[in-house]
Design a protein around this ligand. Sequence first.
Ligand code: PGA
Length: 257
Amino acid sequence: MKNIRRSLIAGNWKMHRTSSEAVDLATEINHLIGQETDVHVVLCPPFTALESVARLVSDSNIMLGAQNMHPQPEGAFTGEISALMLRQLFCSFVILGHSERRQYFHESDAFINEKVLAALKSSLKPIVCVGETLEEREAGDTGKVVKRQIQEGLNGVSKQTSEHLVIAYEPVWAIGTGKTATPEMAQEVHGQIRELLAQQFGNSAASRIRILYGGSMKPGNAADLLEQPDIDGGLIGGASLQARSFVELVEIAREKS
Ligand code: PGA
């Protein structure tokens, strides 16, 4: 079942690297990765580095993603970026609903849903992030929270476009903390997410959607996570800022796929 889904390793650089530093990091990654084709590799630098990194990876298999976008095609939204602007910079992916956006910028499921629909309409593949806080996990609410985020976040997505979706399960308590969900804990939630996707899109469409794990994934813990039947790759923060550890993760994903 798993091998109908190509593994995907995405680097979320967050607010790190100026445009010239981003070029250096992408150059190193590009060099180490060579002509990787078994694993989909996506780099998500800050907006200001998209153009320079796009130029650099244009003749490689590395794809480009943004970390956020606004749902409207254009307008008076100071400081925001539209899907078309990202498409013009050769972005294929966009991270939406990251827990840092939910927490610090108060993004609601409804707003994230608008972005998901807008991204799909512009042929950008959304990487939709879901995940519970420590408080929610301790209260036994993980399943409930993830169900709400998936159902509201994907409301109105058609079965036909669902194959372009990527979901990232990122327990908030594991992001940047060094704490990782155990492979069993992660698989349990990934399985639930696959089930929710099947309810909305049917089994066959759901079996094509990649579900990434995110939250302190690094070379030391990736193999056990990527071995799980519903973990199809990783959304990598800290470990994506070092070319060697990022490329090592790509290699582990290749072995496990
Ligand atoms: P981390 O971040 O790998 O540093 O935990 C993951 C993410 O926030 O996407």
